[in-house]
Ligand binder design. Sequence first.
Ligand SMILES: [Zn+2]
Length: 274
Amino acid sequence: MSSPKKFESKAQPLVPIGDLAQALLARWGFDSNNVAILPARHPMYRECERHGRYPISMVDDQGVVRYLQPVCPACAAEAASRGLMERAAIPSRYAECDFSNYVVDVPGQQTALDVCLDYAEHFAEHARKGASLILCGNPGTGKNHLAAAIARAVLAMGNSVLQVTAYDIIARIRETWRRGIGNGTELEVIRGFAEVGLLIIDEVGKTFGSDGERVHLFEVIDHRYRNMKPTIILSNEDVEGVEQYLGTPAFDRLCQNGGLLIFDWQSYRRGRPQ
Ligand SMILES: [Zn+2]
């Protein structure tokens, strides 16, 4: 039998409803002493140091005051896009890379810029066709710069973008071979890579490229091909090197509807004073 003492200890003190309303208003940053919370006083505004005035309340069709989240919408949009950039895993050294700061010294760079800019601007169209892009050639010629610029533009259109190295894909798939909870199955991992709006695979050809590695990359590229999802390949190899590393079936899928850009000019990292 429970004692009255126990019952007492569980009882909550009654809170007057007016205090609750005031506490709520205070939590949302309103002055609880302000009794003039009348439709005529709305919308109310706040000032963002960087973006200026933004509304924190509105009056709806029924004449009822609605409070909005007291957060600057421009700042919130910036934070969301930063979050996407982090998830996109754009390497931090390329985080500032944009089409506007890509340096054009030779005609080949202009062609590369034009093709990549077109790819980004008409991404929806390219994505519908599953059109991929292979950027290959000499290191230091701006392949990663242009890939980061495409990623940034495609992200801004609301697509998911993921940049990984070929090694990341192989390692992630092989992780599923180890027994343990949370590794997922091989197929789950492959499907994960296959569902991203734009997948950028970097460092293709850096490792030896065993038959086993080729199979993993083929599985991911083939799933994306069948889902009509575009993939961008970045490689320091020449065209033959990329084909050899990926294997002809994967290479053929990427080339179908796709573009191939050969970065065969001198590295600007070497050619430019630091
Ligand atoms: Zn702001």
